[in-house]
Design a protein around this ligand. Structure first.
Ligand SMILES: C[S@@+](CC[C@H](N)C(=O)[O-])C[C@H]1O[C@@H](n2cnc3c(N)ncnc32)[C@H](O)[C@@H]1O
Length: 263
């Protein structure tokens, strides 16, 4: 099983930085899918269970299964209240541990770009989806550098600090997702950009939240000298004009796609 620990080896850090973004974008994505009630769900790459919890709380599901290949994420999710309402298991999108034709809705929130063999994963999503069911997912617009982490990535670039590319970033565009779903033989495919604006009471509030950043970007920031950190703050602040009350807002963009499993 793939163990993508470089990015998702710290469940608490994921929650601290990404939780609010994942909840906001996930809510809009779920509304857009417009799923049936009493459905059987599979949430692929569930991580700490943020999106799984949205399914449980708002979609009136009959059953929810959730898989992730990263042990710390699954352990974290099982300890949350949602752990009482969803079946969390270790599992990889490229070899799903379920029989054919099992789920009414198969979703993957903020995951598809991270999967090494995306066509294989889409074939698996189609396989475990029942005929007439829904396969859907969304990812941050990494290709357009519009993710919640892009603010720091761009700032680091501007002060001359290299940060590793996000895996699969080039395939986070709507055209790439559309083509991936078409090649899986799915029907009635629709896609959509979802914009999420996150308000912060002050630049300092936003900065504290950005400092929770995880993965290679978080490590690059943690290693900065005081002088480089000050330069980074100046670069980031320059991109975010404050309102009269000192508040600032940052907008990220996600790309969503949904389709029907052929009869
Ligand atoms: C950005 S997190 C998304 C977590 C959650 N779905 C959310 O909306 O907050 C990406 C997740 O994808 C998982 N992942 C990475 N590669 C995967 C794969 N091959 N199959 C399934 N999940 C994978 C990671 O372990 C991580 O938990």
């Amino acid at each position: 099983m793939t163990e993508p620990s470089v990015f998702f080896d710290d469940a608490a850090a994921y929650e601290a930085f990404m939780g609010r973004w994942s909840r906001s974008a996930g809510t809009l994505f779920l509304d857009w899918i417009a799923p049936p009630k009493r459905a059987r769900w599979l949430d692929i790459g569930c991580g700490t269970g943020v999106f799984t919890e949205l399914i449980v709380d708002t979609a009136a599901p009959a059953a929810v299964f959730a898989v992730d290949p990263t042990a710390v994420q699954i352990e974290h999710a099982r300890r949350q209240p949602v752990g009482q309402h969803a079946d969390f298991q270790m599992g990889d999108s490229q070899a799903l541990p379920f029989p054919d034709n099992t789920f009414d809705v198969v979703v993957s929130a903020l995951v598809i770009n991270f999967i090494p063999d995306r066509p294989k994963a889409l074939a698996e999503m189609r396989r475990v989806g029942r005929a007439g069911g829904t396969v859907a997912g969304y990812v941050w617009d990494f290709a357009g550098e519009r993710s919640p982490g892009s603010l720091l990535r761009i700032g680091l670039h501007e002060i001359g600090i290299a940060v590793a590319d996000i895996p699969g970033a080039a395939d986070s565009g709507l055209d790439a997702l559309q083509s991936l779903f078409e090649r899986a033989g799915l029907e009635q495919i629709a896609n959509k950009a979802i914009d999420v604006t996150m308000p912060f009471a002050s630049f300092d509030d936003l900065w504290r939240a950005q400092m929770q950043s995880f993965g290679p970007r978080g490590k690059a920031v943690a290693a900065l000298s005081d002088a480089d950190r000050a330069r980074l703050i100046d670069k980031v602040r320059a991109r975010l004009p404050a309102g009269p009350d000192g508040s600032v807002a940052y907008s990220a963009r996600a790309h969503a796609i949904k389709a029907r499993v052929p009869q």
